[in-house]
Write a protein that binds this ligand. Structure first.
Ligand code: AMP
Ligand code: ZN
Length: 123
């Protein structure tokens, strides 16, 4: 059951990623399966910047995603990295939770970034 008390929690009817998952924008999916879709970020922060998004709407890790949803979402990362050609060169994943982390779309997603050499550490 999703929490609804958080004012930042979007409901599916006004969630842009739910609309993308539903195919409303005709987005090209890099990958899709029963659980997730992956599509390129509209504002890429690296040469490869792809979002991995569960089909089911949950806002973030504080919205009680099921263990299976999490496993399927994070489990798709290496598959998408291979499809994008960055599995061997290396990649970074980022997953934001809440305003303080810079989350802007309140539908759980993993940023997969690569195709460049990131600095050591987190920055
Ligand atoms: P976050 O700040 O973690 O919530 O990340 C949201 C990401 O979604 C940002 O990197 C945006 O560029 C990206 N984004 C927003 N709208 C779209 C869209 N229509 N298609 C693809 N990416 C989007
Ligand atoms: Zn959604």
């Amino acid at each position: 059951m999703s929490k609804t008390s958080d004012s930042a929690t979007s409901q599916p009817e006004d969630c842009i990623f739910c609309k993308i998952v539903a195919g409303d924008f005709g987005s090209d999916f890099v990958y899709e399966d029963q659980w997730v879709v992956a599509f390129d970020d509209i504002s890429p922060q690296a040469p490869v910047h792809t979002l991995i998004v569960p089909r089911e709407h949950v806002a973030n890790l504080e919205d009680d995603p099921s263990p299976e949803l999490l496993a399927r979402t994070f489990g798709a990362v290496s598959t998408v990295a291979r499809l994008k050609g960055i599995d061997k060169s290396g990649y970074r994943i980022v997953q934001n939770n809440g305003a303080g982390a810079g989350q802007t779309v309140y539908h759980l997603h993993v940023h997969l970034m690569g195709g460049t050499n990131f600095d050591e550490g987190l920055r």
